[in-house]
Design a protein around this ligand. Structure first.
Ligand code: SDX
Length: 426
């Protein structure tokens, strides 16, 4: 029996069905509201709006719960490799051993890019931001794979998904090395996805790497480093209808090329209110520079007339600890000594957290640390520079964008995104 809501406007009464999903809040189905009433609903920023139905990721912001295809993030981040999580997001089930080996092998071979695309990076200025280079390169990918425009069958959809997931780390490492003015390193098909990315970032021209003392004594890229980055990729893999995923779905709704949609997602993620926050967090910790200065910056963050915000704090959905932040905080504690995390940045971060979590301003607004508050210190210890942090977010999130793109494409009732407005002009 469908539950209904009744809306009274003037002397008229309207009934709208209330739909219930498998988890989370119910929704009020107002698709005929404008036709019935001649009025629009009004929700800038979509604070109370569900833009679609989806079976991929579930978040409970009050409880700080995150699930991919029903699996809790705590389980996926500790028990599975990132590529197994990619398989889960795309295929709606975790891979068998054989399925994983086949998927891993396919991505290793698809990690290479056309030489024409490699040359694109030579045209960027040395100080170009990696996100600008990455977004351009992904859009340019659609010039090499334009046949996807008529993607209709399952096989070509999966091929497109594997192709872009495999190529993003390669393109990201090209952007990094272009920034340093050093020759790029081609992928090594003998290395697993995450190890291969670190290899393409670190190897000397010709592909040489040296074992270093400490954690890299036995292998030129240590298992600890691979596991830390693999976990970070998993934590970033998908996150329901966030701003960049909404961008990808909007571009998908016009029928544009899937790589154009991902390129648009990269541009949306770049903003410091979204994925760009991870770079800003470390820049902010460096700006604060000493725990003596923390109080001054907390005060600035609370001042309504001061645009300064505490980067890495607050979230539209999480009104409790971001579960990904909790996992990263534990990872920081585990890796502190092994990876040699920057103790000064850690000390400042912990001081901010300690003060903010007990301060009325943050408590009243339910502002907790989010994923971006902790990721940067670990990435720094992996030798990844700040301006590459959001590119790391892109590598992790591409599978989420593609899964959501595929889900949209399979929705026979999907319509072009075309919201209306409250007109306040002349
Ligand atoms: C990501 O959506 C996703 O799922 C995103 C993401 C993903 O995986 O895709 O989780 C990744 O983007 C994480 C968020 C990273 N961004 C930051 O860390 C930037 C700092 N945070 C803020 O800009 C803000 O908290 C947002 C953008 C994250 C959320 O903004 P909302 O939900 O629109 O909240 P708001 O701006 O309306 O703030 C509510 C109140 C305001 O105060 P009042 O007007 O009520 O007095 O809280 C204040 C804000 O001024 N506030 C902050 C604050 N965040 C919100 N005050 C100081 N510092 C902050 N960080």
């Amino acid at each position: 029996m469908t539950e209904n809501a009744t809306i009274k406007i003037g002397d008229k009464t309207y009934k709208y069905p209330i739909l219930e999903g498998t988890r989370g809040p119910k929704v009020l189905d107002i698709r005929t509201f404008y036709k019935d009433t001649g009025m629009f609903t009004y929700d800038p920023g979509f604070t109370s709006t569900a833009s679609c139905s989806s079976a991929i990721t579930f978040i409970n912001g009050e409880k700080g719960e995150l699930r991919y295809r029903g699996y809790p993030i705590e389980e996926l981040a500790t028990k599975y490799k990132y590529l197994e999580v990619c398989y889960l997001l795309i295929n709606d089930n975790l891979p068998s051993k054989e399925e994983f080996l086949e998927f891993d092998n396919e991505l290793r071979h698809r990690a290479f890019v056309d030489e024409g695309l490699r040359k694109l990076f030579d045209s960027f200025p040395r100080n170009a931001h990696p996100m600008a280079m990455l977004s351009s390169a992904v859009s340019a990918l659609s010039t090499f794979y334009f046949d996807h425009l008529n993607t209709t069958n399952e096989k070509s959809l999966r091929e497109m998904a594997a192709r872009i997931i495999a190529k993003i780390p390669t393109l990201s490492s090209f952007a990094y090395r272009r920034g340093l003015g050093i020759p790029i390193i081609y992928p090594d098909i003998d290395r697993y996805f995450t190890e291969n990315f670190l290899y393409m970032m670190r190897a000397y021209p010709g592909g040489k790497m040296h074992k270093q003392p400490g954690i890299r004594a036995s292998k030129d890229i240590s298992d600890i480093e691979i596991k830390a980055l693999d976990t970070i990729f998993t934590l970033h893999a998908d996150h329901e209808q966030n701003a960049s995923t909404t961008t990808v779905r909007t571009v998908a709704s016009t029928g544009a090329h899937p790589y154009a949609a991902i390129s648009a997602g990269i541009d949306a993620l770049w903003g410091r209110a979204h994925g760009g926050a991870n770079e800003s967090v470390v820049a902010q910790l460096e700006l604060i520079n000493d725990i003596k200065n923390v109080d001054k910056y907390i005060k600035k963050a609370k001042d309504p007339d001061d645009p300064f915000r505490l980067m890495g704090f607050g979230h539209r959905v999480y009104k409790n600890f971001d579960p990904r932040a909790r996992i990263l905080k534990n990872l920081q504690d585990q890796l502190k000594n092994e990876l040699g995390l920057d103790s000064k940045l850690l000390e400042i971060a912990h001081k901010i957290e300690e003060i903010a979590l007990n301060d009325e301003y943050f408590k009243k607004r339910k502002l907790y640390p989010n994923i971006d508050f902790y990721s940067g210190v670990i990435l720094t210890a992996l030798g990844i520079p700040k301006n590459m942090f959001t590119a790391i977010f892109v590598i992790g999130r591409t599978v989420g964008w593609i899964s959501q793109w595929m889900e949209f494409k399979k929705d026979k009732k999907a319509k072009i995104a075309r919201p209306r407005q409250l007109y306040i002009g002349p």
